[in-house]
Design a binder for this molecule. Structure first.
Ligand code: NAD
Length: 454
């Protein structure tokens, strides 16, 4: 592919190794995003009526915060790290150099279409790579503005955008990249991993999952409901980190349901369809899938549709069965099942039914219970007494585990994943201990003590 070759040729000029060059590019990106912030919000609104507040807070401002953090710290992160010498190599000085991989491919999804294209790009560029972004075809207006911004900021041999869908994505994946960063569903994640394996290309896979939200009998119910509703219904439930289903202790289930209803109504009003703060399901295909998930279920709140606009209101479902459509995979929409548990064995049964989720939330005032859930189950990350907010601290790596992904990013972690850590020992020449060279003369009982010198 001509494009990839151009990026390889550019990388070979060594220009991206210069920290000043990287900073200049990132500053240019920062200015371009600031000057087009309203246009970006308008493009995403056109795609699925994402409220402007949500675009500014969770897309552009998030990316700008990441840029600010990287620009402030890049000199420090890029510097070779000195490590203490192992006695066996003495006299030497030991270092880790941060080396860019080369040509990076970034494949992005549609749900936070701006954020999830640019957040990984910032890491890739800060670490000195070239990059190709393949935005999602599902949000074409956003893909277009992503392409315009990239064209305005970077030369094509440094960063470029390839718009298109599955076919374009697969053509890109058939090439040999030096690193692939993918955000999307677990099914496609496996396809990406398989393509990368053919060339032994390292990957970060940011995938989805079925995130449990556990509410025990000690939880502050009204506040818990407020925080669950916020995290679930931003972006109309199309958030990889949103609670997928609630497991609530049966003694507080009714109270929680009442509080959930109250919080939803407070946020979106009685006529939720006209709320400017509630996005739409992204397209007909996804909308129909969500509608089908509700067939045969006991809807205890919401369940209102408008086929013209892919509108599905915030919806609560009572006690879906584990083998129901709703509970088979990630819901990824404004439907929230509420399931009662009696014992910790019930919690265990539900959580273990699925692959490791991207997030788990625990609403409880019982420290022992909080600790037990955090220590017992494997999941990407989470929060105690809140939801979704773990993504907002740049110092916390963000990523999944098992079925929800491989690797993590944000802040320094982004810089690190896009850098190969190259270990170099600088050996002094003024002394050369003869012991390691043949013919070996050291008695074997002394060789058996060599471990103390490493
Ligand atoms: P998706 O996997 O359908 O698509 C993601 C990207 O892959 C798109 O650019 C698409 O064009 C491309 N693609 C789709 N099918 C492909 C194929 N067969 N071969 C090659 N490329 C292909 O995901 P989506 O529907 O855009 O996004 C929703 C999913 O992403 C959810 O599962 C959600 O949990 C997950 N997600 C995860 C994170 C995270 O950070 N972990 C963030 C957002 C979304």
């Amino acid at each position: 592919m001509e494009l990839l070759q151009k990026q390889r040729d550019f990388f070979a000029t060594q220009q991206t190794k210069d920290i000043k060059f990287r900073k200049k590019a990132l500053k240019k990106l920062q200015n371009e995003i600031i000057s087009r912030e309203d246009e970006i919000a308008a493009a995403i609104y056109k795609d699925f009526k994402k409220p402007k507040f949500e675009t500014l807070a969770f897309e552009t401002q998030f990316v700008l915060a990441e840029l600010k953090h990287v620009l402030r710290n890049i000199d420090l992160w890029a510097r070779p790290e000195r490590k203490s010498t192992a006695l066996i190599n003495w006299p030497s000085s030991d270092w880790i150099y941060k080396e860019p991989y080369g040509a990076v491919l970034i494949i992005a999804p549609w749900n936070y279409p701006f954020h999830l294209a640019f957040a990984p790009l910032i890491g890739a560029i800060a670490a000195g790579n070239t990059a190709v972004i393949k935005p999602s075809e599902v949000t074409p207006n956003t893909a277009k503005i992503i392409s315009e911004i990239v064209t305005a900021v970077f030369t094509a041999e440094h960063v470029t955008v390839v718009e298109g869908g599955v076919e374009e994505s697969q053509k890109l994946l058939a090439q040999q990249w030096d690193y692939i960063f993918f955000t999307g569903g677990t099914r496609v994640g496996k396809i990406v991993y398989e393509s990368a394996a053919k060339h032994l290309t390292p990957v970060t896979l940011e995938l989805g999952g079925k995130n449990p939200c556990i509410v025990d009998e000690t939880a502050s119910i009204a506040l818990a409901a407020k925080r669950i509703v916020w995290g679930k219904f931003i972006n109309a439930g199309q958030t990889c980190l949103a609670s997928d289903y609630i497991l609530v202790h049966k003694s507080v289930k009714e109270k929680l349901i009442e509080s959930l209803k109250k919080s939803i109504t407070k946020g979106y009003g009685d006529n939720m369809e006209s709320s400017p703060d509630f996005a739409r399901t992204v397209n007909q295909g996804h909308y129909k899938k969500l509608k089908a998930m509700l067939e045969g279920e006991e809807i205890i709140f919401g369940g209102k549709f408008n086929d013209e606009d892919n509108y599905l209101s915030p919806t609560l479902v009572n006690e879906p069965k584990l083998d129901s459509k709703l509970m088979q995979g990630e819901i990824f929409g404004p439907i929230l099942p509420v399931i009662a548990y009696e014992t910790e064995a019930d919690i265990h049964k539900h959580i273990m039914h699925y692959g490791k989720p991207l997030a788990t939330y625990i609403f409880s005032n019982n420290k022992k219970f909080q600790k037990k859930i955090v220590n017992t189950y494997s999941f990407g990350g989470g929060a105690i007494n809140d939801s979704v907010i773990q993504i907002s601290n740049k110092k916390l790596p963000f990523g999944g585990v098992g079925a929800s992904g491989i690797g993590a990013y944000h802040g320094k972690t982004s810089f690190d994943i896009f850098s190969h850590r190259k270990s170099i020992i600088k050996k002094a020449n003024w002394m050369d201990a003869p012991l390691r060279y043949p013919p070996y003369k050291i008695p074997m009982n002394l060789v058996k003590k060599v471990k103390h010198l490493f």
